[in-house]
Design a protein around this ligand. Structure first.
Ligand code: HEM
Ligand SMILES: *[C@@H]1O[C@H](CO)[C@@H](O)[C@H](O)[C@H]1NC(C)=O
Ligand SMILES: *[C@@H]1O[C@H](CO)[C@@H](O)[C@H](O)[C@H]1NC(C)=O
Ligand SMILES: *[C@@H]1O[C@H](CO)[C@@H](O)[C@H](O)[C@H]1NC(C)=O
Length: 326
């Protein structure tokens, strides 16, 4: 073998080794990630959330919304959970909008630390408990990819990446595409508003002063008058109303039928259907017409959202306490 060939071969072998090592450190999320390290993870989480659900019927909506707000800021890294010790907590940002349920996350963490200490991340707790709670409310099940690790910093300023209820469809669409989610993901994930509640302050303007002192024209008149009962023009900012008046606690596709009937609670809901010419309109119609189509798309969209910039391999850490870095 000529020295030229030997050098080429050596180079090829080095390249191969580099590729293999690179491939190994490029860890991917996988539903069986804890298969040997914490095989009972799903049962442990399920048992805590079932109990929590007994005393708080809104724990499902609360935790899936927490997962969403976590994933849109620094990726799905549990950064939303960090508080205290000089942390500029994401929980103090305006888009926290009444997110609650943090103590249940702590209860899940405690149970997991007892079952398999130091193994399951807080970021994965949010992803897994969201799936279990959607299922318990009558919604779809999907295989949750796991293996996220926890971030070591919060990013309060980054919460502007979370869409707000008064934003235009084009702005909301852009915020989703900024994290790699498309129009189908947007419409499917908005379907999480099939359960849970919103405060008066999130839709008050639509009822009284949308344009020149008139209500939002894309709001059904009967529904408008019902909403005015619980959400007065002044005060009442924190009184809550079900996001899905048809079936407030069940996870189903009624949300999309509501939009077709001008009964979306938030402006950000109704614009999905009422923005003429938008690609979201046909998707709303599709999900209104087929619950199984919605369920399949919702599971896939949750997987896509859960894949936003996860920390894997040796990045980040497994927090011992979800509220603090180790
Ligand atoms: C598309 C953009 C979105 C906007 C503008 C938006 C906005 C909001 C607002 C304003 C509330 C009411 C908060 C309050 O008044 O307390 C809310 C509640 C909720 N959101 Fe969204 N959201 C969006 C997407 C999502 C996504 C992607 C999910 C989850 C996959 C989600 C799940 C929920 C749930 C379950 C609730 C009820 C929470 C509870 O009952 O405590 N939302 N959302
Ligand atoms: C798995 O977790 C459940 C819920 O905590 C518990 O009842 C069960 O005994 C556990 N199973 C094993 C094999 O540890
Ligand atoms: C949410 O943010 C507000 C400030 O905008 C803060 O007063 C409130 O305590 C925060 N909520 C939680 C649960 O931390
Ligand atoms: C949309 O985003 C732009 C740029 O951030 C902002 O100036 C504008 O106020 C937003 N419009 C709505 C309706 O959200």
């Amino acid at each position: 073998m000529s020295s030229y060939n030997m050098i080429t071969h050596l180079f090829e072998i080095m390249l191969l080794v580099a590729l293999l090592c690179g491939g190994l450190s490029y860890a991917q999320l996988s539903p069986s990630f804890y298969g040997t390290t914490c095989p009972n993870v799903t049962n442990v989480v399920r048992s805590v959330v079932e109990q929590a659900r007994g005393s708080d019927s809104l724990i499902g909506p609360k935790l899936i919304r927490m997962h969403f707000h976590d994933c849109f800021v620094n990726g799905c890294d549990g950064s939303i959970l960090l508080v205290g010790n000089g942390v500029d907590s994401e929980q103090n940002a305006v888009p926290n909008q009444s997110i609650d349920g943090y103590s249940v996350v702590d209860d899940i963490k405690t149970a997991l630390e007892n079952a398999c200490p130091g193994v399951v991340s807080c970021a994965d707790i949010l992803a897994l408990s969201s799936q279990i709670l959607v299922g318990l409310a009558g919604g779809p099940t999907w295989q949750v990819p796991l293996g996220r690790r926890d971030g070591t910093s919060a990013n309060r300023a980054g919460t502007t990446a979370i869409p707000g209820p008064f934003e235009s469809l084009s702005n909301i669409t852009r915020k989703f595409s900024d994290v790699g989610l498309d129009a189908t993901d947007l419409v499917a994930l908005s379907g999480a508003h099939t359960f849970g509640v919103a405060r008066c302050s999130a839709f008050q303007t639509r009822l009284y002063n949308f344009n020149n002192g008139n209500p939002d024209p894309t709001l059904d008149t009967t529904y408008l008058n019902q909403l005015r009962q619980t959400c007065p023009q002044s005060g009442g900012g924190s009184t809550t109303t079900s996001l899905d008046p048809a079936t407030p606690n069940g996870f189903d596709n009624n949300y999309f039928t509501n939009l077709q009937n001008n009964r979306g609670l938030l402006s950000s809901d109704q614009v999905l259907f009422s923005t003429s010419g938008a690609p979201t309109v046909a998707i709303v119609n599709r999900f209104a017409g087929s619950q199984s189509d919605f369920f399949d798309s919702f599971g896939q969209a949750m997987i896509n959202m859960g894949n936003i910039s996860p920390l894997t391999g040796s990045n980040g850490e497994i927090r011992a306490d979800c509220k603090r870095v180790n």
